[in-house]
Design a protein around this ligand. Sequence first.
Ligand SMILES: [Zn+2]
Length: 375
Amino acid sequence: MRIHRRLGTLAAVLAVGATVAAAGAASSGSAGSPGASTSAGSPGSSVAMPAGAAPHAGTLLSGKTSSHVDADALEISSAATTSRTSAAPSGSPGYAYLAPTIIGQTPTGFNLWVDPRAKHHWIIARYTASTATALARLGIHARYRGYGLPAAAEGVVRVQEGVKGCGSNSSTVGMTWTYWNDLASGKEYVTHADVYLCPRLFRYGTWATQATVGHEIGHAMGLGHVPYRYHGGYQLMNPTVRRGVVTYRSGDKLGLIRLARQTAAIKVDIPPVGKLDSSSFQNDGTIDFRGWALLKFFKGDPVTISLVDNGAVVQQTNTSIVRQDVNASLDPGSRPHGYDMRVAWTGGKHKYCVRATSQLNPSASAQLGCVTWSS
Ligand SMILES: [Zn+2]
């Protein structure tokens, strides 16, 4: 039996992309009590207020999260498959992205890691490395880092072997979860990814591993499927991957080059990251809002913090407070990224939201959180 003849084609089926609207971890004030927040360092929280004098806070909601997951299943057909590939519709670009809103990649660049515990780590490493080299030649900031399994983070692409790559049917050989974030423009950029290779992939020739690793890392970069021939040729991102197509082709390369080119331009459009950590009623009759914000790729640039009360901006400040916890995790040193704002409580019902905005590019703006207070 000539496996490579019987299994001469790989059929890749794009699974339904799942958008995970993960609700951010919400911290809450203890409703009904004076000094509703229990945040550390909040003074006077144990001081009793006259009954009825203090407002109470609803749940503190963090800003909307903007990560998405796209799961892709690459399958090997157990019989020779007839091609579902048609000629390119006129004007077809030869590439596609996982979402039409994707225009670039993280300015951090990508670090590609291979799980040292993968049973077939040597061949996975070989083709992950060659794929990284191919990507770098196209201008993508991709670097092969070798064996290791760091925590999921911006710029990290982890290639692993296991049943997570086997999907839900008997012929799937790879799955990729790609994550992306929002830009000021409403467009998006790819941040990180996890590739899982099903153990059954390694029953086939090395070409199958080469093609599958390149194809899945293509998804990790933001590429989608190209179900047609481009300039007469099949692409590596074709839903049916062929034995003779194991590296990126002209259409794949155009898509990757475009992502690389736009990555430089999107840097200033990336909104601040940050948080509204607490909202607490103070003994002097004010409500105190604390948190932090920064521009991930311009950490020294100024960020304006706006407090919005029932839709109207009522106060603005800078991030002038040093937050050692933020410095420790995001910006080594002692640059200030924290804020603290207070407004006098006037009674009634108020939805307060805190927004962070880049002073140099005001369109780069993000809501950090909201909380409703009522008396
Ligand atoms: Zn695919």
